[in-house]
Design a protein around this ligand. Sequence first.
Ligand code: BGC
Length: 761
Amino acid sequence: MGMDIEKLLAEMTLEEKASLLSGGDFWHTKAVDRLGIPAVMMSDGPHGLRKQDEKGDHLGINDSIKAVCFPAASATAASFDREVLRRLGEGIGDACQHEDLSTILGPAVCIKRSPLCGRNFEYFSEDPYLAGELATAHIQGVQSRNIGTSIKHFAANSQEHRRMSSDSVVDERTLREIYLPAFETAVKKAQPWTVMCSYNKVNGEYASQNHWLLTEVLRDEWGFEGYVMSDWGAVSDRVKGVAAGLDLEMPASGGSNDARIVAAVRAGELAEEDVDKSVRRILTIIDRYMSNRKPETEWNMEAQHCLAGKLAADCMVLLKNEDQILPFKTDEKVAVIGKFAAQPRYQGGGSSHINSFRVESLMDALEGNDKIVYARGYDIVTEEPDEELISQAVAAAASCDKAVIVAGLPDSFESEGYDRTHMRMPRCQVELIERVAQANANTVVVLYNGSPVEMPWIDCVKGVVEGYLGGQAVGAATKAVLWGEVNPSGRLPESFPLHLEDNPSYLSYQGEGNTAVYTEGVFVGYRYYDKKKMDVLFPFGFGLSYTTFAYDNLRLSAGEIDDTQTLEVCVDVTNTGSAAGKEVVQLYVGAPECEVFRPVRELKGFEKVELAPGETKTLKFTLDKRSFAYWSVKLHDWFVADGDYSIQIGRNSRDIVLCQSVKVTGTTPEPLEKVSPDTIFLDLQKNPKAMAVLQPLLQKMMEAFTGGKEDQTDAAAEAVSDEMGQAMMRYMPLRGLMSFGGGAVTYDTLLELAEKINSME
Ligand code: BGC
């Protein structure tokens, strides 16, 4: 029997209600014993359980139970595979049931505005469509086990610098197109049980007390049904927060904020109905969990370790494979170099840090293989090259057919709580790579890192594999990819710029003081690099395979649609090589020129498909209004501009293989701007009502600019041609009729005309 929430509400005192709106301790909601309301537990997240005892903290400092560390979001995003996220979510959901955890805190979907964000390793992508789709699959996976998720950190939280005080100043269109859609998609498609608001302010107001964000957008527009909790310590004004829609404050405030809520209700400053709403939402979720508890669920950690390794292999991105240096053959002698080969970096620091029950390094996975020679190459703690370690590595490489260096970023380089200051790898690793590559021309680099690095050494090596932070079984996954047991199929979920300075947020990232203005607008990541036709190290969506794929036969269900209709897009994909493999087919939409600045292309669909050699499969995508729309600040809604849109099928954002266009008509016009004497002719011409009224006057003005040639000298007629006159006219305000119309109209007449136009139906 579930709870009778309305009955409970009626029986609760105001104090009891207020007490439910903050945590009992670091990880529990509060109980009301008198009424049989239990306390339930939650834990971090997102890629495994960080269940802590009473020595709780939110920075991963104190120990948690032994658990399974799955690949971090930076890695799973590279899978471009909803199935990977769903299976990861199911595994975590089972573990939560076993451990009596009601909710796991994640997924984290903040957009990677800059490669420098310290938490990029636990975020998905620079692209909101990709992040939204993957978050949806993650949530569906966890919640299929009747465990709640908490999608975070809502919203516009793309830096760690001053993370608890910074104000993200983001224009309306950019918020809607870039920073909100991952949350929106997940809420609409997967209904996460909870949402976690972020520490930062959004356009001047803390997210934790932002009514527009937590109520108008999240609930009224998107239909969110669960409850909102604060990030740990994100509450400033608790009373304002309740009214704004922040249901649960985490962790606890020692009762002080609960008392403030009670006092505010008593003083008539806060509606008790707002408190009731929050209580109702929290109890609904507690009840959902309690009614579906299954503590008998098995948590087979060994099986999940294998799953973590399998998923990690599907996330690895083959970035370079000159002369088909990879895969290694079993009879080749290979020098395996680098401390990370024996002690991998497989997760990031902070609240997502998991106490792995087991870690499998590449060297562990290669145990018993007598073709392997190992050399440490570098130390993780120091930046400085160690001559002795490098010499040993060089000697090992020289004695083998091939060499692989496992490198990347040490923990201290990227973590929750602070941002990176540069995009470089440690000097000791860069020197090691260059020296080993000199000793053995067949050198491959594997990277374990949570976000892009500069690769000054890329031309010295033949192969590069981006492994991101692959979870506790990363060694097995790395071995599988290097020796060809798994054909790599990951794709970069973010652009790798050549230099940090190339990044569009470079000039304003982190902001000035507590104000971080998102100056690049919607041009984040590939939206910027593609528009500027800039060289990048690797484009968004990039990744190689041990086989080859051909795309063919792109077909659209219609040549013309309006924005109430959907468009089906089909394309055939064939494995034209000799190895089985998975391909990620990416669908981008390019918009026609219109009133606002738009990216050259935007990802609107992707599918991962497995193909045997010679096999062909047909992939189908469905596009709808949102695939074509931009956010109109006139309508405060999505708007489709009329025109020809290109449907682009590509291997990555820079390699579009097939393209066709579709004519799309918008059915909701933008409101016409009000006419005044200051409105320019160009805008009047777009306004049929204005044209109906002003045509004769405008004609006169036009003549003044272009006509009357008979009275002009040849030189004057040549100096301003008709075309030039018309072009200049476009920017002339209506009041120009007074200045240049020979006094034919007065200002009052213009005001009258404007009013007439504005009041026309
Ligand atoms: C982090 C959250 C985390 C919470 C609880 C905060 O510092 O920002 O992502 O879920 O702590 O550990």
